[in-house]
Ligand binder design. Structure first.
Ligand SMILES: NC(=O)c1ccc[n+]([C@@H]2O[C@H](COP(=O)([O-])OP(=O)(O)OC[C@H]3O[C@@H](n4cnc5c(N)ncnc54)[C@H](O)[C@@H]3O)[C@@H](O)[C@H]2O)c1
Length: 361
């Protein structure tokens, strides 16, 4: 029987990115070899702040066309202490997401077996959310400029863009996601009391699209109140849609409430599937632990599982998450989760679990 080969472009990037992506590749390769139901072909791209410092570019000419040849992209992190963050973010991550129209950023959160939430009385099952972030415009549209640079009267503008087209497509995606989950509830996060133009359009379009999804309960929440609800009533939340900036912040809070930023995944999806989608752990370069071999690889493993789901390998994705949770439950945890394990120890243990599953144990 011939099995499908998925071509995956890997961009480890900066900081702990190469450490966790290397762990992710080891686990994915083992999963593919053990199950034998699909194959993976990895192509490595060394685009990083080091490349930028040497060549002046994060992405070489023609690089995006090369990326488009792949079925998915596995990304580590971008950001280095000696490059301003707005240069690195716009030079690499946003320079991929925006042109490839990966307009839906999906951030699932739950408490994995064997890990615990800093919230009192919150156990696995009590916090199970999907946050959907508009990923193409909003506050990160890049509109604005600086005048009178260096003068005491220097001015900078940063204009958020909300287009009916982009709001409508992210709302439709969010309602469809909510519909696919048992509770069928979508919380639309807004700030239309203070931001009286873009956010009012956001709310109006949400209500319009909601009419097509009569089976999904539409719930509206101002972003400031949403932070309190996440901490105080986590069980009242299911699927959430928010603007680029709001969801960026809420999803980091979500990751922390679920135990650690070191476990949370993200998918940057082009739901039209015209372009490859990009999968990355939510965390950044983590300068404080770079090179120490202690980065939590679980976020990358969960990210890899999300990638497999998107590629149609749902059974493999389930097995991967089952292996990861068994390892966590066994108490092998990195420092961010209160343990002492290294990246390699966790990776090796997950590989052993995959092999046990593959052998039918
Ligand atoms: N998607 C991305 O590429 C991305 C995302 C966020 C930040 N960044 C960049 O990363 C750099 C550092 O940013 P930051 O410090 O705000 O955020 P960060 O996510 O890198 O680190 C925040 C804290 O979480 C810890 N942490 C993060 N990932 C971990 C893991 N896997 N295991 C254990 N601990 C982990 C770090 O040690 C640190 O204490 C900056 O240059 C920033 O721009 C990039």
């Amino acid at each position: 029987m011939s099995v499908k080969t998925h071509r995956v472009a890997t961009i480890p990037g900066d900081g702990i990115g190469p450490e966790v992506i290397s762990a992710g590749i080891t686990v994915l390769q083992n999963l593919a070899d053990t199950l034998g139901t699909f194959k993976l072909e990895f192509a490595h791209f060394d685009w990083s702040s080091e490349t930028y410092k040497k060549t002046g570019k994060y992405i070489p000419d023609g690089g995006l066309d090369e990326l488009k040849e792949h079925d998915a992209i596995l990304f580590g992190s971008v950001g280095a202490p000696d490059v301003p963050d707005h240069i690195s973010l716009w030079g690499l991550r946003l320079a991929i997401c925006q042109p490839l129209q990966q307009y839906a950023n999906v951030r699932p959160t739950r408490i994995l077996r064997g890990t615990s939430s800093p919230l009192r009385n919150c156990s696995p099952g009590d916090l199970d959310w999907v946050i959907i972030r508009e990923n193409s415009e909003g506050e990160y549209a890049g509109q604005g400029g600086r005048s009178h640079i260096g003068q005491p009267w220097e001015v900078a503008t940063e204009t958020a863009i909300f287009s009916r087209y982009a709001v409508e497509r992210i709302m439709r995606f969010a309602f469809e996601t909510a519909r696919s989950r048992p509770r069928k509830m979508l919380t639309v996060v807004s700030k239309s009391n203070a931001q009286r133009n873009g956010m009012v359009l956001w709310d109006e379009v949400a209500a319009e699209v909601g009419k097509e999804f009569a089976d999904v309960k539409l719930d509206k929440m101002l972003v400031d109140a949403m932070t309190a609800r996440m901490a105080l009533k986590p069980g009242s939340i299911d699927t959430v849609v928010a603007s680029n900036l709001h969801a960026d912040i809420l999803s980091d809070l979500a990751a922390a409430l679920a135990g650690s930023i070191g476990i949370a995944p993200t998918s940057n999806l082009d739901p039209t599937r015209k372009n490859p989608s990009m999968f990355e752990p939510i965390h950044g370069s983590a300068f404080d632990i770079t090179g120490k071999g202690v980065a939590n690889p679980v976020a990358t493993f969960w990210t890899a599982a999300e990638m497999l789901n998107w590629l149609g390998e749902t059974a493999a994705a389930q097995k991967l998450m089952q292996s990861v949770e068994t390892v966590c439950e066994g108490g092998l945890l990195t420092g961010d989760l209160g343990g002492k394990a290294t990246t390699k120890e966790v990776t090796d243990a997950v590989v052993r679990e995959i092999q046990k599953l593959g052998a039918g144990h």
